[in-house]
Design a protein around this ligand. Sequence first.
Ligand code: DU
Ligand code: SF4
Length: 226
Amino acid sequence: ADVAALDARVSVCRACPRLVAWREEVATAGRRAAFADQPYWGRPGPGFGDPRPEVLVVGLAPAANGTNRTGRMFTGDRSGDWIYAALHRAGYASRPTSTAAGDGLELTGVRIVAAVRCAPPANRPTPLERTTCGHWLDRDLELAAPGLRSLLALGAIGWDATLAAARRLGWEVPRPRPRFGHDARTELRTPDGRTLRLHGSYHVSQQNTFTGRLTEEMLDAVIARL
Ligand code: DU
Ligand code: SF4
């Protein structure tokens, strides 16, 4: 199984009834007026970027009118403006913005996935939905591990999902469980003896970037350490 096959399987997942209903509702009757003339993706967001990454970015979940519209992680919403600009400043992204499939954006060395792959109402997945979708993250960690150097979790949900996936895969996770925070860091050890660094950053959501809780400088500083 390779990354393309994994992304294809994720794209047709229907495991969470509430999220399937919501992603399809938003994509049909619930389209935002500004995008009413656009087709919506209305499915899980597949991973995006380098199929053999050195750095895996783990976000929270697609935005209802962002990834759920465009079909690409962090694309079509304000969070995406922040993460792609930062990845571009750090040399990982070929362009500072992500518009839609076909815009020519390529990531080198970075792949972006999410803890939950379908847009959740109010951006809040339930514990069961987080666990269910976590099994897709297991496959991403497993596939990426051989070439991976570090992971970047955006927000506490991405951090917890990454630690839970690592545990399920039998990777060594420090005890007590490392706590999330901005610029939190820990190390995960794979069964074949590789050490991968996990970094945390406040999520690039507007509630952090608008309020100044997360600044460009803070995000750049974490990305520079990856
Ligand atoms: O068609 P493809 O080479 O599998 O690429 C699919 C998609 O992934 C494309 O829109 C660019 C992106 N991508 C990337 O960002 N970095 C890579 O190294 C390879 C592909
Ligand atoms: Fe499947 Fe994840 Fe979407 Fe649930 S959230 S339906 S597990 S892709």
